[in-house]
Design a protein around this ligand. Structure first.
Ligand code: ANZ
Ligand code: ZN
Length: 855
């Protein structure tokens, strides 16, 4: 018999699947199921073995479900806008479109070589104008509903590169390209109002089946807090607050408002989750950002304050919020009044208060908040205990200065509220001082513009007469023009700003001269709706999408597609989406937001896009380090597929360890998988090998049906490693006595090959064909186990009373404790020794002992 030669075999089957469009999903047939994996960014490095883990897992599920009769949609595409192609273009001058096309071709070749059953007829590419036309269309819809707006926000700014950096380009506070210290700079940006959906994004989590960690991360990220806004009036020290009170920002961030009462100059509004501690608020702290806004509005701050605010810009919010960091700050030179007890308290500027959360200012309660406590200790500020831990308010057991009690209790030092429970006092005190109960979220609006080239142009023009004007839908897409240089301009504008022919246009409203927006969208835009694009593919892209340089020069209006309700209705929601945990709070949340919005405006039939979400662990290098190019420890899929075959690599990717855990790579493990496949090949193709010991047909059959059960259940639960272990164990039994397995027309072999097919599809197809089958193994049904076959024989159960043997009974293996007890109590000798009373305790060892203990 021929040797197991993976090379020729795998290529042949990949060709056959392709020619027969074996994995195409049917837009018209029922039994539909939508399985999704995160489409890759086609980087120059090619596919990573980590990609293979997720794609193989869902491929196994897709293939099994097709065998079970499902009409499976398992698509693939390219999330191809992004920085690496652009940075490469800056270095080499090669157009990102050219490198992107080359990288896509390489990725596609690699995915094909791994034997994935993607429906390639639905391939999408986010950089194809036919695709981003729709990304731009969604932006226009958001703009129309007031969910896209412009605002000045701080961005990461590299002063030496003169360029705005994405968060992922800032490494340890430094620019990833030049190593210089990154600063913050305020810039006008397009924002998307994801916060308008905060409540729905939280609520939707009740209706989906996501792994718990993903739900928890999204909940924390959205960060819903119930609390109160409370205003403190301010007594300005002479000269500290100069004039301009009318023009002070009163609504921006609600942090400061001109006062309603004539007595005072202004008020400071704080957000607190603990209004019950108001009597213990012994100072106020404003964020450097809010202080800056006051200065912009005319506040004559001291030099100390100015220097502190400038320095705070260099620290990231994450560092600032860290509990362990030593607190710093400066006195603002302003006095405020605590509305609960009329005490005059000092106002400070400190960077542990963030400008972007709540109102950007806090009331500090050092007795009951760790951070305020640290600050008060350092600067010698007053600490007043107002919550007593004990049940009785009179016995206040917390020495100030020694520990911070953050829980609930009874109020003390709180005037008329003394003795009230803190959970009740929250509303009572808020009401008493005229505050308002509010809900605040950590979630921020999404900064949606980039001053870059390689992204979707934002379809907006600015007209002197009409202001900001959206580009009419029928003029989409706004194509990315060719540029000479890819660096952002000296002012930090996008490279597009240098192209007069792009920038200068006519206003769609009045026809007068106008200028185009030169910012582009972030790389999260295209991936926020790609699962819709796959589903609508035939309607959305009526002809084969153009790609290549030609695409950007071809007028597109002749080939506009249609948004198809019917197809979305057919395929949505995605039944099962597997992806990386690192995308939980960005891509996964962004795409839920877009889908919710599109549902609201009636163009998507479901509110939640993904019914089920699972996640794979990372694959590490053999020594447990992260696999990375810089460490030189990357395993190249091309090399291992060439050497061991795609089937062995797939099998190993699934065998490597528990699917949701990080695991180190092992070439020995891969070799073991390869040997297992060789074993299957050898025993399936005969001649009959040596018989070690006779194994009856009944025993083999029982082992097979147990394997069927295990593999079926384990695949659904993503316990791929134990499914494979069960198949290996079965083959070990075959090796003891191969006669039955190798016999002509053996049903045992046929069932086993079908179990193996989702994992090692090429080998399974090849053997299947060799055994005389005409149709693909995938066209044959998934084997179902016979429940009567998987029960083991009966076992002897010893019955004891107080440890003494009183009876032996025959029961089916796996009998439950309850059944075993009932059976045992049926034995006269057992009853006799137990007497009248019930046993106090029963010790049960499954399939072995039931021991009744009586006093
Ligand atoms: C007084 C107080 C007393 C507070 C107390 C806590 C305990 P979460 O739960 O995360 O919403 N805070 C409010 N705005 C802030 C900002 N911009 N930067 C930093 N801290 C801010 O936390 C809400 C609490 O965090 C608020 O309640 C406020 O401190 C602080 F015994 O007010 B609290
Ligand atoms: Zn105009």
């Amino acid at each position: 018999m021929a040797k197991y030669d993976h090379g020729a075999m795998e290529e042949r089957w990949q060709r056959v699947w392709n020619e027969q469009r074996a994995h195409a999903a049917d837009d018209a047939r029922g039994e539909e199921e939508y399985l999704l994996v995160e489409f890759p960014y086609p980087s120059g490095d090619g596919l990573h073995v980590g990609h293979l883990r997720s794609y193989t897992a869902m491929d196994v599920i897709a293939r099994k479900h097709r065998m079970e009769g499902k009409n499976v949609l398992y698509p693939m595409g390219w999330d191809a806008f992004g920085l690496p192609a652009e940075n490469y273009a800056i270095k080499t001058g090669e157009h990102p479109r050219v490198t992107t096309e080359r990288n896509i071709a390489n990725f596609k070749r690699q995915l094909m070589a791994a034997g994935f059953s993607f429906d390639w007829s639905r391939e999408v590419n986010t950089t194809d104008p036919a695709y981003y036309r729709w990304t731009q269309w969604i932006f226009l819809k958001l703009l129309e509903r007031g969910l896209a707006y412009k605002a000045r926000v701080p961005i990461n700014w590299c002063p030496s590169c003169k360029i705005g950096l994405a968060n992922e380009e800032v490494v340890g506070g430094r620019c990833e390209r030049c190593g210089g210290v990154v600063d913050k700079r305020e810039k006008e940006q397009w924002m998307l109002k994801i916060t308008a959906y905060a409540e729905q994004l939280l609520d939707g989590l009740h209706h989906v089946d996501y792994i718990e960690a993903a739900k928890a991360q999204q909940r924390n990220w959205i960060g819903r807090s119930e609390g109160a806004n409370i205003t403190f009036s301010v007594i300005a020290s002479p000269g500290a607050l100069v004039g301009a009170k009318q023009s002070w920002p009163s609504t921006v961030n609600a942090g400061i408002a001109t006062s309603q009462t004539p007595r005072n100059d202004m008020v400071i509004s704080v957000f607190t989750t603990r209004p019950d501690t108001l009597f213990g608020a012994t100072f106020l702290v404003v964020s450097p950002e809010l202080a800056q806004r006051w200065m912009d509005a005319g506040w004559q701050a001291s030099d100390d304050v100015r220097a502190y605010v400038a320095a705070a810009r260099k620290v990231t919010d994450m560092d600032r919020a860290a509990d362990a960091r030593e607190k710093t700050g400066v006195a603002a030179g302003i006095t405020a009044v605590n509305p609960a007890n009329g005490e005059e308290i000092s106002v400070w500027v400190a960077d542990y208060v963030l400008g972007s959360y709540g109102t950007g200012a806090i009331m500090a309660v050092p007795a009951h908040d760790e951070r305020d406590f640290g600050f008060a200790q350092k600067y010698g500020l007053h600490i007043t205990t107002v919550i007593a831990r004990s049940e009785s308010a009179s016995d206040v057991a917390i020495p100030a200065n020694e520990e911070v009690y953050t829980g609930d209790g009874l109020l003390t030092n709180s005037g008329a509220f003394d003795g009230m429970r803190s959970d009740e006092a929250r509303a009572a005190i808020t009401e008493a001082v005229g505050g308002t109960m509010t809900v605040t979220y950590k979630l921020r609006d999404w900064v949606f513009s980039r001053q870059r080239y390689w992204g979707e142009p934002i379809p907006v023009v600015f007209c002197a007469a009409c202001g900001t004007v959206p580009v009419p839908e029928d003029q989409l897409p706004i194509l990315l023009p060719e540029v000479e240089r890819y660096e952002p301009t000296d002012t930090g504008e996008s490279p597009l700003a240098n192209i007069a022919s792009f920038v200068n246009t006519n206003c769609p409203r009045c026809g007068g001269p106008a200028k185009r927006e030169t910012d582009v969208m972030p790389n999260w835009a295209g991936s926020s709706w790609y699962f819709l694009a796959y589903a609508m593919h035939g309607e959305l892209f009526p002809r084969t999408p153009l790609t290549g340089i030609a695409a950007s020069r071809t007028p597109r209006n002749d080939r506009q597609g249609r948004w198809s309700q019917e197809l979305l209705q057919h395929w949505l929601p995605v039944d099962w989406y597997n992806g990386g945990m690192e995308h939980t709070t960005l891509h996964l949340l962004y795409s839920r937001f877009w889908n919710l919005f599109l549902h609201d405006i009636g163009v998507v039939p479901v509110a939640e896009p993904y019914q089920k979400r699972t996640s794979h662990g990372m694959i590490l290098a053999a020594n447990g380090e992260k696999m990375s190019k810089s460490r030189g420890n990357v395993v190249n899929p091309d090399d291992i597929i060439a050497q061991y075959g795609a089937d062995a690599v797939r099998l190993y990717e699934m065998f490597i360890g528990p699917f949701d855990q990080a695991v180190p790579w092992s070439t020995d493990g891969l070799k073991g998988c390869r040997r297992f496949l060789e074993k299957v090949w050898t025993y399936a193709t005969g001649p009959i090998q040596h018989v070690v010991e006779e194994v009856s047909e009944k025993t083999l059959k029982r082992a097979l049906h147990k394997t069927m059960k295990k593999v079926s259940e384990d695949i659904e639960a993503m316990r791929f490693n134990t499914a494979i272990a069960a198949m290996m164990e079965f083959m070990n039994l075959v090796a003891r006595d191969p006669r039955e397995f190798a016999a002509d027309g053996s049903p045992i072999r046929s069932d086993f090959l079908r179990l193996l097919a989702p994992f090692a599809p090429h080998l399974a197809e090849e053997l299947w064909e060799k055994l005389g089958n005409k149709k693909s193994v995938l066209a044959h049904p998934w084997p179902h186990y016979d429940p009567t076959l998987i029960v083991d024989e009966e076992v002897n159960l010893v019955v004891q009373v107080n440890g003494k043997h009183r009876a032996t009974i025959r029961v089916p293996a796996g009998t439950s404790e309850e059944d075993a007890r009932a059976r045992a109590l049926g034995e006269a000798n057992v009853r006799k020794h137990l007497g009248e009373r019930d046993p106090v305790r029963v010790v049960f060892v499954p399939d072995k002992i039931v021991n009744f203990i009586r006093e």
